[in-house]
Design a protein around this ligand. Structure first.
Ligand code: 5GP
Length: 124
């Protein structure tokens, strides 16, 4: 079944400038901003500007330019926030929740970048 994108979701409204955000990075196809309820000292959300509901939707339907831009933006945010382990940072976690079982709250693809503290083990 094709994804139905709800253009009234909160991130769509942020992209249209209807709701303010604390921008960390803006690129041609992506926007990164601080989470309103941070779960760690670094908690940045990276979203594509296009209308994609979740990760599989995005990687299957977005253009290569959008896909590259989005993933590069994630790397740039790691650089900007200083969490890269290879560059003296303490490391980070990237998470994207999708759908009901993934407990996705906002139906516009977003990657959570979390860092700045020990995040504990998530998978065993
Ligand atoms: P999800 O559960 O969908 O993976 O995560 C949604 C995230 O969006 C949550 O971490 C929540 O705190 C964040 N969020 C919800 N509304 C807003 C908002 O208006 N502004 C910002 N910056 N973050 C938001």
């Amino acid at each position: 079944m094709p994804y139905a994108y709800d253009d009234q979701n909160i991130f769509a409204r942020i992209l249209r400038g209807e709701i303010p955000n604390d921008t960390v990075l803006e690129t041609t196809h992506s926007l990164a901003f601080n989470d309103i309820a941070p779960q760690a000292p670094v908690h940045v959300l990276v979203i594509p500007k296009g209308p994609y509901v979740c990760y599989d939707h995005f990687v299957l339907e977005a253009s290569e330019a959008e896909i590259v831009d989005f993933h590069r933006a994630i790397g740039q945010v790691c650089q900007l926030t200083g969490v890269q382990p290879g560059e003296g940072g303490d490391g980070f976690r990237v998470i994207s929740n999708a759908g009901q079982n993934g407990v996705q709250e906002v139906p516009h693809l977003h990657m959570h970048i979390l860092g700045g503290r020990n995040l504990g083990r998530m998978l065993r």
